[in-house]
Design a protein around this ligand. Structure first.
Ligand SMILES: Cc1ncc(COP(=O)(O)O)c(C=O)c1O
Length: 426
């Protein structure tokens, strides 16, 4: 029996199958965009731990900082003994994510960053209602699940969820929720907000609106120009804090440090995660000072939040991401061009969308009817993995393949990966 086979057997015995695996691969090492399996097989990684390695696996500068830190101390607990790594990272994120005075709370997962964003905005406004969106994904804790849209597998059987969560349609133009076409529609999907404030919740009882600037798990849905700015206006006119969830779209993925920069937004709270820690579990809730200062002393926190090893990794990762923002743009253009060529020759590709190195293809059985092709999608993913390329699915209809290569990947490796994608499609 190979080592991989032996471990797979043990995995079946000791880990719940609900903690799913999208590939059968068991890794032994990884570097940059390359990953090696237990039995020596090599892969190009376009999944990067679901977008957690925008700077690639084991970036040498992050590894060096982490080793230095582990020699000093690895955990203190911020609430017991403060340290400079947390303070320096809080300063950096507060300055980069929010205009004007801001503060940062460091936590452990994306869901926890979202939970805290809801906590601080509810406390600040004194209002409990939260507006979220169709196709949204905000995590797997109870409040985050209430905000998340997709029922199966995320929510089924796990309720009850917090009430006072109102779901609005998102500008998913390929499958327009109001059956219109952009730009003639004049953003008609936003008309729902008139109804929302009349029939679902009053603006005086709304604590915040939470939105992904590009929906991630929902299928890399990029809203049209003007949509997010209009949402911001809806919030500003009613004094509703706007939370922008940058957990998947942030950290340089789209060619800007944060995707909201493209739309020139000025959010009240920003949640950051995934690639923030350069491969370490560290996330952040960053908000305007008056919002973050609202809760009572002791109202925010957690044992591991702002772990020093994660903080030094994040401080270095931010610098590396900033040095590579142009690459995300340039490589993104190569990716878009190639995907468009493939769309010409492959009927199954119904839509291509994304920005920078956050791009996806939506697969359909029939371009006219846009019938989702989930079985075909899974077949292509399995074929890709067997051919040495790790790619991930997404989408409410399980028919999207998303591309999340590291920003640091060489042009040659990106093209090699795309050649494998083409052969699997064929
Ligand atoms: C936009 C967004 N928010 C929140 C989360 C939850 O993050 P985590 O899995 O780290 O809890 C995710 C994870 O995919 C995400 O994409």
């Amino acid at each position: 029996m190979t080592k991989e086979k032996e471990l797979s057997e043990k995995r079946k015995e000791f880990v719940p199958s609900a903690a799913y695996n999208v590939t059968p691969i068991i890794a032994s090492s990884a570097s940059g965009c390359k990953l090696t399996g237990m039995d020596g097989e090599e892969y190009i990684d376009f999944a990067t731990g679901i977008g957690c390695l925008n700077i690639g696996h084991t970036h040498e500068r992050v590894v060096e900082k982490v080793k230095e830190q582990v020699d000093k101390y690895s955990h203190l607990c911020w609430h017991v003994t403060m340290d400079e790594t947390y303070i320096n990272l809080a300063e950096k994120l507060s300055e980069k994510a929010i205009q004007g005075p801001a503060e940062t709370l460091l936590v452990n997962s994306g869901a926890e960053a979202v939970e805290n964003a809801i906590k601080v905005t509810r406390h600040y406004t004194g209002n409990s209602g939260i507006i979220t969106f169709e196709n949204a994904f905000h995590g797997r804790t109870n409040m985050a699940l209430a905000l998340t849209s997709k029922v199966d597998p995320y929510k089924k059987g796990f309720g009850p969820f917090p009430s006072e969560v109102i779901r609005a349609p998102y500008a998913y133009c390929y499958r327009c929720p109001v059956n219109e076409e952009y730009p003639e529609c004049d953003l008609a999907c936003l008309n729902f907000f008139d109804k929302l404030f009349k029939e679902y919740i009053s603006e005086d009882e709304t604590g915040s609106l939470i939105v992904e600037p590009i929906q991630g798990e929902g299928g890399f849905i990029v809203p049209p120009d003007g949509y997010l700015k209009e949402l911001e206006k809806i919030c500003n006119e009613r004094d509703i804090p706007m939370i922008v969830d940058e957990i998947q779209s942030g950290m340089g993925r789209t060619g800007d440090l944060f995707a909201f920069e493209h739309d020139d937004l000025n959010p009240d709270v920003v949640t950051i995660g995934k690639s923030l820690g350069g491969g370490f579990p560290l996330t952040a809730t960053v908000g305007r000072e008056e919002i973050m200062e609202s809760p009572q002393k002791g109202g925010l926190g957690g044992t591991f939040g702002g772990n020093p090893v994660g903080c030094v990794a994040a401080l270095e990762a931010i610098e590396i991401v900033e040095e590579n923002l142009d690459r995300a743009q340039d490589l993104g253009e190569i990716l878009t061009e190639r995907l468009n060529e493939l769309k010409e020759s492959h009927e199954i590709i119904g839509d291509i969308r994304g920005r920078g190195l956050m791009q996806a293809v939506e697969l359909v059985k029939d371009r006219e009817k846009k019938t989702p092709a989930p079985e075909e999608r899974d077949q292509i993913l399995a074929e890709l993995h067997s051919k040495g390329l790790i790619l991930l699915g997404a989408g409410t209809f399980n028919n999207v393949i998303r591309f999340l290569p590291p920003l640091t990947i060489s042009e040659e490796k990106l093209k090699e990966g795309l050649d494998i994608f083409e052969s699997a499609l064929k």
